[in-house]
Design a protein around this ligand. Structure first.
Ligand SMILES: [Zn+2]
Length: 288
């Protein structure tokens, strides 16, 4: 199942040639019969002439031909922007892997390394890093600042990162499948987020917000005994290394607006809608 973001958000991402939208949707232009990537350098058509598709195949089935400028058939998967914009295929990305992640010493045992896995989700590809102790990172591959987080983990732990298998990666992949299917919205994986004591305090507190509910930054600040710390809480949320499993997406402004999200506000909206639709029934929902 592939879910498209709301039309208004796709339209603004398309008009802004937002590279984080790459691979998330494709754009058919009714007046020309051509379909493009969101970042196509060609002149943008009028919004009323635009149609959105989740995959190039859907656009082809809709009667559109691929654009010769942005070549939307070349990137069926989300184009990872993590390492190098010119790597248009996952295999190209994997070749470039060592540049960012570091090559393990030839004699390294896998126990000396952090293990990486790419996990496909309806909201795009995620990257997970784990070792025997637990999960160190989970985030969307196109997220701004992801490379910086990978470097921080690699440099702090002094360990190379290599693709591999690990029980915590299996649990993460299974947990995400259950999460996106709506059958289980919480995770039971040991988490090892890299951060200051304050950041870890904020992240721990996020677990007090059950799926299907939200909390404002100011209420978080009150509950943590730091009533003026709303902004610091926002900053800690932005530095969350474990998207979805540490539910920073459940924090919103007191006026109900979503505010920012590293993976894109449309993803935050999607996650909150999804959790509201699938959260376990609670008596207090009908008996406040
Ligand atoms: Zn194009």
């Amino acid at each position: 199942m592939i879910t498209l973001p709301p039309r208004a958000q796709m339209l603004s991402a398309f008009l802004a040639s937002d590279s984080s939208a790459e691979g998330i949707f494709f754009v058919g232009v009714k007046t020309t019969g051509i379909f493009c990537r969101p970042t196509c350098p060609a002149r943008k058509p009028k919004p009323e002439n635009v149609e959105f598709f989740a995959t190039p195949e859907d656009a082809l089935l809709g009667g559109f031909r691929p654009c010769k400028r942005c070549r939307p058939m070349d990137a069926i998967r989300p184009t990872p922007t993590l390492v190098d914009q010119s790597h248009e295929s996952p295999s190209g990305f994997r070749d470039a892997f060592a540049t960012t992640f570091g090559r393990p010493p030839s004699q390294a045992r896998s126990a000396d390394c952090l293990l990486a896995r790419w996990i496909e989700t309806p909201l795009g590809t995620m990257l997970a890093l784990a070792d025997d102790a637990g999960l160190h990172l989970l985030d969307f591959l196109d997220r701004k600042g992801l490379e910086r987080k990978i470097h921080a983990i690699r440099d702090t732990l002094g360990r190379a990162i290599v693709p591999g298998d690990n029980p915590h990666l299996d649990a993460t992949e299974a947990g995400l499948a259950a999460y996106f299917a709506g059958s289980r919205l919480t995770f039971d994986i040991p988490l090892i987020p890299l951060g200051s004591e304050w950041q870890r305090t904020v992240w721990d507190h996020l677990h007090t917000i059950p799926p299907g509910e939200t909390k404002s930054y100011s209420r978080m600040a009150d509950e943590l005994g730091r009533p003026t710390a709303s902004r610091a809480i926002g900053n800690a949320n932005g530095l969350n290394y474990l998207a979805i499993v540490i539910p920073c997406h459940r924090v919103i402004r007191s006026d109900g607006s979503l505010c920012g999200y590293g993976g894109g506000v449309w993803r935050k909206q999607w996650l909150l809608d999804h959790e509201r639709a699938h959260a376990p029934f609670r008596l207090r929902d009908v008996n406040p």
